[in-house]
Design a protein around this ligand. Structure first.
Ligand code: NDP
Ligand code: HSE
Length: 458
């Protein structure tokens, strides 16, 4: 048996540790967990950061409110500005645009680096905030802003910085993934699945930001900015939510071996001469919409309220990042990762990492993006109907890949019954597809267009 040997202490633990004062803005779902970790794990964090991270105070609206976590009352204040002015590092977990924007600006102008989870603010004001942080040699980190606990910002920003990312597909909203998964696994209608998501605390009392895709769109803008090194704001993201997805859409998808997911899709697309290969004519397309995926696609396996981001890069190939996209403890983990890494940089006296975009690519319009589509129609069950519908596809140059017909009542072919037609197209531009659908709607034999969904990964 060998004797246990005393090993030298890591360099970070030698000598008097530095002290960095941390101001926490917000003590809700995420902030309360960040405060807990800062207090409970102080020694381990000091060893990893090379500095003691002292929680100097917590700014909230109501300092006397009861919190999810028991925390010393004397830490709380309503004076966010006073707290920021004495801090080395600031964590912003208030959410919303103001006063978060003004407070972050105040912190970086003081030279303090900031960690935030505020995707809504970054998607709207990111470039101005990053520029101000750069000017003041401060850092603005935001791992928690996209997909909660999942490390995705750092891999895109650092690990893949020597590669060329061409596409990012993400399930970045847990509430909508839960709702669609419930609809898929139980056959529930959208309203019932939403009510269940609210009962379980996934969806807010006002679920608009999740259900309409706005939360996913903010995250898509951030992912695209980092992946393609070009500014992308919320206004650049085309967005469609899941409120129109019906139990019939889900059932039809299932019958075809597909699943419906709300995807955030950011991709480099070819514009004009040169194309993405020549790199002379690149543009960026960023969109959020319900999407049909083959059941064997890795993103189809993402169930419940989980998130995942699928990255395609020229040299790395396909990568997938999976985990909890929300919740106090998981999101606090991402915040703490940013905090420790920022503290290390401050201790080393290294300059702030610059995040301003290195180029400005055009945001491409509907014409430049092609996708396959699934289109559902209710039609009269009469001779010649299919030919008339097919002729409209042909007129607009949209090629049909597959078609299914379901007869519903009446004597087949006699004109007194209805049929449901579902077409899947080859890749077509959104413009051509929209014109096709508009003309199909005008056919007297078509009762309604029941769904238009994009298909990926086939
Ligand atoms: P909460 O609503 O639970 O908490 C917000 C906190 O900020 C509260 O403590 C509130 O104070 C304080 N606050 C809000 N406005 C002000 C103000 N004007 N002045 C002072 N204090 C204020 O938010 P979350 O913890 O859920 O989210 C925080 C951030 O993290 C958001 O940007 C969110 O998008 C992001 N995020 C959240 C995730 C989650 O799972 N919750 C996941 C990923 C990111 P008081 O308590 O006194 O009202
Ligand atoms: N509301 C978001 C979701 C979590 O459902 O994923 C915060 O980004």
């Amino acid at each position: 048996m060998t004797e246990t040997q005393t090993r030298p202490e890591p360099a970070a633990l030698r000598g008097e540790p530095k002290v960095l004062k941390v101001a926490l803005l917000g003590c809700g779902t995420v902030g309360s967990q960040v405060a807990r970790i800062l207090l409970e794990d102080a020694d381990a964090l000091a060893a990893r950061a090379g500095a003691r991270l002292t929680l100097a105070g917590i700014a909230v609206r109501n300092p006397d409110a009861t919190r999810d976590v028991e925390l010393p009352r004397e830490l709380f204040t309503a004076d966010a500005e006073g707290l920021i002015d004495g801090a080395d590092l600031v964590i912003e977990l208030m959410g919303g645009i103001e006063p978060a924007r003004t407070l972050i600006l105040r912190a970086v102008r003081n030279g303090a680096s900031v960690v935030t989870g505020n995707k809504a603010l970054l998607a709207q004001e990111g470039p101005a905030l990053f520029e101000e942080a750069d000017k003041n040699n401060a850092e603005l980190s935001f791992e928690a802003a996209v997909a909660g606990a999942i490390p995705i910002i750092r891999p895109i920003r650092e690990s893949l910085s020597g590669d060329r990312i061409t596409r990012v597909l993400g399930i970045v909203n847990g509430t909508t993934n839960y709702i669609l998964d419930q609809m898929d696994s139980t056959g529930a209608a959208f309203a019932d699945a939403l009510a269940e998501a609210q009962r379980l605390g996934y969806a807010e009392a006002d679920p608009t930001a999740d259900v309409e895709g706005h939360d996913a769109a903010a995250k898509a803008a951030l992912l695209a900015t980092l992946a393609f090194h070009t500014p992308v704001s919320l206004d650049d993201v085309r967005c469609q939510g899941i409120a129109q997805v019906t139990a019939e859409d889900i059932a039809a998808a299932k019958d075809s071996g597909l699943v419906i997911k709300l995807l955030a899709i950011a991709e480099l697309v070819s514009v004009g001469e040169g194309g993405t290969e020549g790199r002379g004519g690149e543009g960026v397309s960023v969109r959020v919409h319900p999407t049909l995926l083959p059941r064997e696609h890795p993103l189809s396996a993402v169930r419940g309220a989980f998130n995942a981001v699928f990255v395609e890069a020229e040299n790395a190939g396909e990568l997938m990042f999976y985990g909890a996209g929300a919740g106090g403890r998981p999101t606090a983990s991402a915040v703490m990762g940013d905090l420790v890494s920022t503290a290390r940089r401050v201790v080393a006296g290294a300059p702030g990492r610059t995040d301003t975009a290195t180029r400005v690519l055009p945001i491409v319009g509907v014409d430049a993006v092609t996708t396959s589509y699934s289109i559902g129609l209710e039609v009269a069950d009469q001779p010649g109907v299919l030919a008339r519908v097919a002729a409209v596809f042909a007129e607009h140059g949209v090629s049909i890949e597959a078609m299914r017909q379901t007869i519903d009542g009446g004597v087949p072919g006699n004109g007194n019954g209805r049929a449901e037609l579902r077409f899947v197209t080859h890749r077509a531009s959104e413009k051509a597809l929209a014109e096709t659908v508009a003309d199909i709607k005008n056919l007297d034999v078509v009762e309604s267009v029941t769904s238009v969904l994009r298909v990926e990964g086939v």
